[in-house]
Design a protein around this ligand. Sequence first.
Ligand SMILES: C[S@@+](CC[C@H](N)C(=O)[O-])C[C@H]1O[C@@H](n2cnc3c(N)ncnc32)[C@H](O)[C@@H]1O
Length: 189
Amino acid sequence: MDVNYWSLRYQKEQTGWDIGEASRPLVQLFKEFEDKEAKILIPGCGNAYEAEYLFNEGYQNVYLLDMAKEPLNDFIKRNPNFPSNQILFGDFFKHIGSYDIIVEQTFFCAINPNLRTLYVDKCHELLNHKGRILGVLFNRDFEGGPPFGGSINQYVPLFKQKFSNVKFEYSKYSIEPRSGSEVVFSCEK
Ligand SMILES: C[S@@+](CC[C@H](N)C(=O)[O-])C[C@H]1O[C@@H](n2cnc3c(N)ncnc32)[C@H](O)[C@@H]1O
């Protein structure tokens, strides 16, 4: 699943993951978090509705990152006032930067499961002291993939390898097609 794979999915409009709005469980998590100065990265952001939401709520330091140009170009069309230097095109695993928050929304489930430890290590590397991941993960299996599924029982030890205050809870706010299959989580560096 390289850049061509993802670009083609956007070109052919095979984007079943795209819910067309900011993830509701994430919006609830964001409401508990009030530091509008925080530097926030959304990797594998796709159409990045969460970035749109945060930016409109007054978070000015939101950075998008995706290896496919198509959704980033669409984001720019929808959000002409969003700072262009905060729209990053590239591979998360090669990205260099430092952030206070990383937002996870259907990126973790899109990468090959054998990269999950690397994902956790990379988030750790990119976060400042006390930096946090705020995210939503699937708590179910899928046939084939992507998406690749998993369970809380797998995620907790994975994130605990590098992070403290690892908290998972079942989401009350999922949209109907994902109801009962999403968990919200946060953890701290
Ligand atoms: C399943 S989509 C999710 C998009 C978005 N988060 C959403 O919920 O609509 C996965 C996204 O991750 C991007 N992606 C996959 N591997 C990547 C990588 N290594 N670095 C950056 N982006 C990547 C793809 O281009 C795609 O936009």
